[in-house]
Each structure stands twice: as C-alpha cells, then as structure tokens.
Design a protein. Sequence first.
Length: 231
Amino acid sequence: MAKRELFIWKRNHEILLLREVVFQEPYKFNPGTKERGGTWSKVAEKLTQQGMKVNQRSVREKFDKLYSEFKDRERQERTASGIEVEYDEVMQALTEIHERILEYEESRQARESQDKISAEEMRRRATEKLSDTKKRKEDESDDETSPKKRRKSHVNLVDMLRESIDRKKVEQEKQQEMRKRELDQREAELQQQQLFQNMLLQQQQQFQQQQQSMNMAMLNLMKELFQHIQK
C-alpha cells in the first residue's frame, strides 16, 4: 500500500479551513452523530477542490488543535494584562466560531432543560390520571362511568400534545430568528469589508495619479532647465 503523503498546514490553509467551518457549522450537531461527520466530510471536500490533500479526519483534528490553542490563549489573556494580541484573520474566525459554539451550547442546554420539564410534567399528569382512574374504578360499583369524565380525559391528552407541538414550534422559530440574525450580521460585515476595500482602492488610485502628476511636473522642470542651459 502506498504511503499517504503528509500534508503541511500553512497559514493560508488554516484560513481556508476556518472559513469552511464558519460556513458549514459542524459544531451545531452533537459530537459522534452522522450529521456532524457528514459536515466534516463536506469541509474536507471543499478544501480538496482547492488543492489541499486532506480528509475528514485531518480537517477535524486540525480544527480541534486550532480551537484548543485558541481557548488556551483566551484563558491566558483573562489572567494577564497589558499583553498585545495579534488579531489576524485566523483569530477573527476562531473568535466568531467560539461565540457561535457558545450560542449553540446555550440553546442545546435550554432545549434539554425544557424537554426535561415537559417530560416531568407529562409524568405528573399521567400519575394524576392513574390516580383518577383508580378512584373511578372504585366508584363503578355505585355509579356508572360518566361520559363527561371520559371526554375530559381525552381533552387533557389532546391539550398535552398541542402544548408540546406549540413549544417545539416556538423553539424552531427562535432558532430560525437566531440564524437570520447571524446571516444578517455576516452580510453586514461583508459589506463593511467591501466598502473598506473600495476605499483603499480609491486611495491607491488617487496616490498613483498624484505620483504621476509629480513625475510629469518633475520631467517638465528638468526639460526646461536643460533647454535653459543649452541657451
């Protein structure tokens, strides 16, 4: 079997990797899931199309290393003061990814907490219904089961299902709104970057025009001096 060629990561490769991670967002899926693995495969595929000899495992391990170093650096900065930090594109991307991971973790914990509360509430209601059923059976010898009670039990179950559906709908709307805000923010940042680049380009063009004018003026002056000397 041919030995796999070792890929050397450079700074521009790290930037391309982090850009794909920001776009694909593999961290929004739970670790070890099929969805998360599939997302890392997409990241590797995109980088391979750009000439990088990588695979799912190598891009995942490289990101984990970069993110681990970023968190260590964050902890050091919190305990130190007066330290100037180089805030290049890699650090910017890792900062954005870190903030998104924290948001997803908070959302996941809130969802798990809400599911736990919902499960406990359903168990409590189910226990209450069992208690009501036992009491009803004890009273059956003296009185027949009331159709009204049966309807009430059915309505309670329907209400529980409806409440669960409503909660999930609200949660989905919140997640969609959060995602929309993130996309709007990214679009605004891209627009700002574009404006900044346009401004730099205009300044460069103005500088070049001024330089050309100065060169022409200097040439004309030298020409006049040369003609004056010949006279």
